[in-house]
Design a protein around this ligand. Structure first.
Ligand code: ADP
Ligand code: MG
Length: 349
């Protein structure tokens, strides 16, 4: 009799012990996801990291993003990019490794997109002033005038002394279409060095995921419905260790008589891109590649874009058109789900 009571007691104590451990583990798990939001690179950003070094990794990452913004913003008069622009047509500017690397990569995507992506587009971007006070439709003469100085082939880079030179006076570069991608890659490197195995990096909607979610399942990334308010998705994709970058006409724009003028400028016309694409997502290992490609691909239109992306290894695209069709490159076929019945999948070939 005594023995039975003893056993029951032991089992009870054991059960309570197990329950306490479980509560501790789940409570601890919840706590160890650290999330921080901050403003930089002209947009709001969010870093979410899991693991014991999460706070340190996030703090160091935020510092790095601020540093990149200080070096590469066209809005900061002392940034390296502003110095390059100020010296256009007169002398070269020596820059740090970060800025040199970003410009070097940007030129690669200018070439690949045959000038659809062109970082010398800055004079046109500021003429339109989209998203800024004083945004307006410029006169066609003003546009023609600026078009004369848009040409990435006038960027001279020299790796011997890390210098950058713009051949013509008044030329200006703008790495706004690629710097967020670089920043995301740098954040990822910091996180990995700190031993973080699971993280979600979101720099103004440019997403880069590390590993899986804490429960071991892939991250699901929503692709914004370009026709609806922020947070409503057209589709979702399932990714491990990938960057997901979208260029869309819904980010910054103004409307005149029902026509939308958005912030992605076609360097061959001087006007906001009017291709069939309204949202171009690039899925790649490195975010700098995704960012550099998404802007150019947006301007190129579906057929040329699909052809270009299929040729690049380990890079995929999801394109949404004005008529709500979804085009996907072969590597993404199994990995996306259309979540809004307004959109239809179209075979790209
Ligand atoms: P977002 O900044 O909204 O994430 P993008 O990566 O597509 O989107 O970059 C758009 C920014 O790139 C614009 O705000 C402008 O500064 C710059 N830009 C606009 N048109 C071009 C272009 N054709 N080539 C390179 N940069 C561009
Ligand atoms: Mg881009």
């Amino acid at each position: 009799m005594l023995l039975i009571v003893d056993n029951a007691l032991i089992i009870m104590v054991l059960l309570i012990f197990i329950i306490l451990i479980l509560i501790f583990i789940t409570g601890n798990n919840k706590k160890s996801y650290i999330v921080r939001e901050f403003y930089s690179l002209g947009t709001s950003n969010q870093l979410k990291a899991y693991g014991k070094n999460a706070i340190k990794a996030i703090n160091q990452s935020i510092k790095k993003v601020y540093e990149i913004d200080n070096k590469m913003s066209v809005f900061k008069i002392n940034s390296e990019i502003s110095k390059i622009n100020k010296n256009a047509g007169s002398q070269s500017q020596i820059v740090g490794d970060d800025t040199y690397y970003v410009i070097h990569k940007a030129i690669k995507y200018c070439l690949l997109s045959k000038g659809a992506f062109d970082i010398t587009v800055r004079p046109l971007v500021s003429l339109w002033g989209i998203g800024k006070e004083g945004q307006q439709i410029p006169s066609s003469n003003e546009i023609k005038d600026k078009l004369k100085i848009i040409n990435y082939k006038d960027i001279v880079i020299d790796k011997n002394d890390n210098s950058i030179f713009l051949k013509n006076k008044k030329q200006e570069i703008d790495v706004g279409g690629i710097a967020k991608g670089y920043a995301a890659d740098e954040v990822k490197n910091i996180m990995i060095k700190k031993g973080i195995k699971s993280a979600l990096i979101n720099l103004g909607g440019n997403i880069l995921v590390i590993g899986t979610k804490s429960d071991g399942t892939p991250w699901n990334v929503g692709i914004q419905d370009p026709f609806r308010t922020r947070g409503e998705f057209a589709l979702t994709i399932s990714v491990l260790n990938k960057s997901v970058v979208t260029s869309g006409n819904y980010e910054r724009y103004f409307e005149v008589e029902g026509k939308r003028f958005h912030h992605i400028i076609n360097p061959s016309t001087g006007y906001p891109s009017e291709s069939d694409i309204v949202s171009a997502t690039i899925i790649s290992n490195n975010s700098i590649d995704g960012d550099g490609l998404s802007t150019g691909v947006y301007i190129m239109g579906v057929q040329k874009a699909i052809k270009l992306i299929e040729e690049i290894e380990d890079v995929d695209a999801i394109l949404i058109t004005k008529s709500k069709e979804v085009y996907v490159t072969s590597g993404m076929m199994e990995k996306f789900t259309i979540t809004s019945d307004e959109f239809v999948y179209k075979n790209a070939v």
